[in-house]
Write a protein that binds this ligand. Structure first.
Ligand code: HEC
Ligand code: HEC
Length: 360
């Protein structure tokens, strides 16, 4: 450094007037502002958390189609999934801090609750059974009536629904911003402060990882013929037969084609209008989204209202030809199955359990 640059940082050089000093201080001001900003943004104790974009690698089971992750969720990262997993289990998201997504969608119960209609905040209940989240990423619509178009919209409605978590977006953001860990986890996942879109995207990212395709049935289909016993094999043959037509609705790798059907669950009077609530089309009264049957052994009780306590009662329902509701599908008709055949079908359904997936 030469003399004049040294002079720039000294209090006052010998030849300087007051006016010159003021000019010199103004020249330094921007540097000072930058310095203050740097200090205030980086407290010495906690380094700034930067976004972690380590990708989450999906290992899809053999035979499962590629999963289309929408653009607005890209990239799918480990940090987002882990944040979503934590949010999913955290009652902080509900209005009074008592109910989490996981309260009604419990891993060990196939991501459902073991009651006909689960209770939300203040013990309030809606009308419907909690569906499984098994392979939920493959669903084209959400809710029994299909009224929600993507996982984010679905999550927001659970957060706000009075019978579930009863909260508001502003309130959720406020409590997460005041939390000891979430601000850092959001910066790591998204490189931004807590906001409601981040909450929804993280939960959706976690839900997309709930992939189940390693049941004994899957191992059988992949060539391990010892994976099913004789009764389960007979049940499998019945399930895929034209006699029962089960697989016409519970179709494909995930045991659902995603369509809406009336399987005669309600009888002559519709208590729940189902798909009609979305389409206002009379022919949709009493129709519900065909559910996957993966892990169904663990998701009791069954149907949109949880009215059927066991798989035996469900199979008996189909065997009797349903309750003859006005829009009932012609594919639900009396089957004339023997007691043994009904048990075979039940045993086959129980072979769709993926133990590894259901670990809490
Ligand atoms: C009080 C219990 C309860 C809580 C809490 C709850 N859910 Fe649900 N969930 C349900 C019920 C009941 C349904 C079916 C409602 C319907 O179809 O009308 C459902 C439906 C869903 C579905 C649709 C699945 C499909 O294939 O149609 C998803 C996804 C879901 N919930 C995720 C969540 C997430 C994420 C949260 C937390 C933000 C959450 N749920 C909180 C009970 C609950
Ligand atoms: C016409 C289409 C259709 C046919 C055929 C059909 N199902 Fe279903 N299945 C559905 C619908 C729709 C639901 C949901 C009904 C409701 O919630 O009220 C359902 C629900 C179920 C459930 C309960 C799942 C749950 O999570 O609650 C089981 C188990 C089941 N079906 C097994 C079978 C078996 C076994 C057969 C053959 C004997 C069969 N289904 C034939 C449409 C069908």
């Amino acid at each position: 450094m030469n003399d004049s640059s040294l002079a720039f940082f000294s209090i006052r050089s010998s030849r300087e007037s007051d006016q010159e000093l003021v000019v010199r201080l103004y020249a330094v001001l921007p540097l000072f502002v930058v310095f203050v900003l740097m200090v205030s943004c980086s407290p010495a104790t906690e380094p700034v958390e930067t976004q972690d974009i380590t990708p989450f690698v999906m290992n899809l089971p053999q035979g499962f189609p590629a999963l289309a992750v929408p653009d607005y969720e890209q990239p799918m990262t480990r940090a987002k999934v882990e944040l979503g997993r934590k949010l999913f289990a955290d009652p902080i998201l509900s209005v009074n801090g008592t109910v989490a997504c996981a309260t009604c969608h419990q891993a060990q119960n196939g991501f459902t609750a073991p009651v006909p209609v689960p209770a939300g905040v203040f013990g309030r209940r809606g009308l419907r059974n909690a569906p499984t989240l098994t392979n939920v990423a493959y669903n084209r619509s959400f809710f029994w009536h299909g009224g929600s178009v993507n996982l984010q919209a679905q999550a927001l409605s659970s957060l706000e629904n009075e019978d579930e978590m009863g909260n508001e977006a502003d309130n959720i953001v406020r409590s997460l911003r005041a939390h000891g860990e979430y601000p850092r986890l959001f910066r790591r996942a998204f490189g931004k402060e807590v906001d409601i879109l981040g909450v929804l995207d993280a939960i959706a990212a976690f839900e997309r990882t709930l992939i189940s395709g390693n049941s004994r049935y899957d191992r059988f289909e992949r060539g391990d013929k010892s994976a099913l016993n004789a009764s389960e094999e007979r049940g499998r043959a019945l399930f895929f037969s034209s006699r029962t037509e089960c697989a016409s609705c519970h179709a494909g790798f995930n045991f659902t084609g995603g369509g809406f059907e009336d399987n005669g669950s309600q009888g002559a009077q519709y208590v729940d209008l189902g798909r009609y609530m979305m389409t206002a089309n009379d022919r949709d009264k009493g129709k519900f989204k065909v559910p996957t049957l993966r892990n169904v052994e663990r998701t009791a009780p069954y149907f949109h209202n949880g009215a059927f306590p066991t798989l035996e009662s469900v199979v008996a329902h189909y065997n009797a030809g349903g309750k003859s509701s006005p829009n009932q599908s012609s594919r639900v008709k009396p089957l004339g199955l023997t007691a043994e055949e009904q048990q075979d079908l039940v045993n086959f359904l129980k072979a769709l359990t993926d133990e590894e997936f259901l670990q809490p």
